[in-house]
Design a protein around this ligand. Structure first.
Ligand SMILES: Nc1ncnc2c1ncn2[C@@H]1O[C@H](COP(=O)(O)OP(=O)(O)OP(=O)(O)O)[C@@H](O)[C@H]1O
Length: 593
């Protein structure tokens, strides 16, 4: 809660104005109640000669009650206006801070946390904070001021009746606090929240993976995680609800029946009364007034429990904001050449004991192609991720042109390296803008030249609006290969001296693969290239091949040198060439030719 208030204080003036206006609105909401007291008094004063009732005075009182209602609405409206202005301002600042922080943390952080989770934190949790400032904060203030105003009225008119009502409220709260304080109640609440979150996560996973679920003919019953989460929740929720049965029933019964405390005191006060007219006015007023106690107290309860839910979201946001930024060098270096040296590089992913890379040493010579191959999990992608500092090495160093990558400013390093990864992200913008992301200063002609070199030009011209076609609009769908070629066009237009290609051709059909290969040739010309490939055919012409296995470099050399060694690469090559010569016979069985 203090952190929530700290966030709200980003727009202090507006938040304070909203709180004051909301408090005044809460006080104004009792004006009609006070008016009722005076109306009852007027009536009792003339009892039983109602004909002598001062109608003009009654009308004035009615107007005052109406004025109270209008004032309450007006003040609350102004309070909400201030709180909304504060909330939008805070939301804007939080989102900008969050986004710029995300740009400063190591890129690897995004790989580890996943875009779905970040989107949830950015959209849902930060927006919940906006909801808190815009609505809940003024409501909390009003809900806290209202009981105070209520008790002032209760005690001001006849303290004995006030005391009776307050006693009822105290008992209701005592019952509830006891319920919260019950042994195991906190633990149960925690288990309930966890179980609910688990079920929500499993549902999201189920829906996101619905195509896989359907393709493999799974149902919610066979999709274990979801099924288990629902069963767990069901097992949890019934005892959880039942555990509150007595406490909540007692609380609501008491708070809705404050009469039970008022009536005996009323009878006792009636017996002792000397001025019956005064006694009757007061007692009637209290009988009319006490139902609003339940409304005021219930609102207070719901408003505070709503705020408790947001606290979890704020914690999640703070965890991201506390994530360390990528350290920047005090005295950044500049490079003179573009060879890349891995010097005794070891690296483990956060929370993993095993090393993804252990003491890897090799040089990717400038303007040459260095291919990284090896079995799955060998550490190939990790190599690609360490060059642009998605993560920093645990031991050893990576140097470009003699300068440790940790001694380069992030922007400088990013200028020097282009990536073509398997997952291509296209923005919902025109194709022209999507390619220009590689280089914001590129002219239209340069973008088109890059698209031609990346073998994109022809298919782009066939799109409804050519280069101005917005990706993601109705009917505009690019195949996996076409998306990859757009990514290559981006890299061509960026024209960085170092290129990192990660499994870029994995999804391609022969036609696409041919086009992609041609695009690559244009992209790689005269650059230092690190190519991570599964298909050995694509790397045969590489100047150097580095073979990784279980995070260790086991072989290094040209294709012919490695074949001559008859080691791991030789085995991989043999298996690869064998698969090429497998054919499917007519009956569906495979034969070796
Ligand atoms: N984000 C991660 N968190 C924890 N461990 C990881 C992460 N990414 C990779 N690893 C582990 O690091 C090791 C090397 O993985 P890496 O992805 O670099 O291998 P790879 O050779 O590229 O595999 P593949 O060919 O299957 O893509 C593996 O043991 C893998 O389980």
């Amino acid at each position: 809660m203090p952190r929530l208030l700290q966030l709200a204080a980003m727009k202090k003036g507006l938040v304070i104005s909203s709180a004051i206006l909301s408090a005044l609105a809460a006080v104004a909401s009792f004006i009609p109640h006070v008016v009722i007291y005076y109306v009852v008094r007027e009536i009792m004063n003339v009892y039983p000669n109602f004909g002598t009732l001062d109608i003009h005075r009654i009308n004035l009182l009615g107007l005052a009650a109406f004025g109270g209602i209008v004032l309450n609405i007006l003040l609350y409206f102004l309070a909400l206006m201030c709180s909304h202005l504060a909330a939008f301002g805070t939301l804007y600042e939080l989102k900008v801070n969050f986004a710029s922080h995300l740009a400063r943390v190591p890129l690897g952080f995004h790989i580890l946390i996943g875009s779905g989770k970040l989107r949830k934190i950015m959209d849902e949790n930060i927006e919940k904070i906006e909801g808190f400032i815009a609505h809940q904060l003024p409501d909390i203030v009003a809900s806290m001021v209202a009981p105070v105003a209520m008790f002032v009225i209760l005690f001001a008119i006849d303290w004995r009746f006030g005391l009776a009502a307050a006693f009822g409220v105290a008992i209701a709260y005592f019952v509830q606090v006891k319920g919260y304080g019950r042994e195991g109640s906190k633990k149960m609440m925690e288990l309930y929240m966890n179980s609910l979150e688990d079920m929500n996560n499993a549902s999201v996973e189920y829906i996101r993976g619905i195509t896989v679920v359907k393709a493999f003919r799974q149902t919610v019953y066979s999709f274990r995680r979801m099924h288990n989460a629902i069963s767990e929740y069901t097992k949890m929720v019934i005892p959880f609800t039942l555990s509150w049965e007595n406490t909540m029933s007692a609380f609501t019964t008491i708070i809705n029946n404050i009469y039970l405390f008022l009536v005996p005191v009323g009878i006792w006060a009636g017996i002792r009364a000397t001025n019956y007219s005064e006694y009757a006015v007061n007692f009637i007023f209290y009988l009319i007034f006490v139902p609003s106690i339940a409304t005021v107290m219930m609102k207070l309860m719901y408003v505070t429990s709503g705020a408790r839910q947001i606290v979890g979201g704020v914690e999640r946001m703070d965890n991201i904001l506390n994530e360390a930024e990528l350290p920047q060098p005090k005295f950044p270096g500049t490079i003179s050449s573009h060879d890349i040296v891995f010097d005794q590089v070891s690296f483990s992913y956060q929370g993993q004991d095993a090393e993804a890379l252990s003491g890897v040493t090799f040089t990717a010579n400038r303007e040459e192609i260095t291919a990284i191959v090896g079995p799955s999990g060998g550490g190939k992608s990790t190599i690609a991720h360490l060059i642009p500092r998605f993560f920093d090495v645990t031991e050893g160093s990576i140097r470009i042109g003699g300068v440790d990558v940790r001694n380069m400013r992030s922007e400088y390093l990013m200028e020097k390296v282009s990536f073509v990864f398997q997952d291509v992200f296209l923005f919902k913008q025109s194709i022209m803008e999507n390619i220009r992301i590689g280089n914001q200063n590129a002219t239209d002609d340069q973008v088109m030249a890059a698209a031609k070199a990346a073998q994109c030009h022809e298919f782009i011209l066939k799109l409804p609006k050519g280069y101005d076609t917005v990706i993601g609009t109705r009917g505009v769908h690019l195949s996996g290969g076409e998306q990859q070629r757009i990514a290559i066009a981006r890299a061509i237009v960026k024209d960085a001296p170092i290129i990192v290609l990660d499994e870029a051709t994995a999804f391609s059909d022969p036609e696409n693969e041919y086009l992609i290969q041609r695009a690559f040739e244009k992209l790689m010309h005269g650059k230092t290239v690190i190519m991570i490939a599964h298909r050995l055919s694509t790397i045969r012409s590489a100047n150097k091949i580095v073979v990784l296995d279980k995070g260790r470099l086991i072989e290094e050399g040209s294709h012919d040198q490695l074949l001559a060694k008859e080691g791991k690469y030789y085995d991989m090559w043999l298996r690869y060439t064998q698969t090429l010569t497998w054919k499917i016979n007519r009956k569906g069985a495979s034969v070796h030719v």
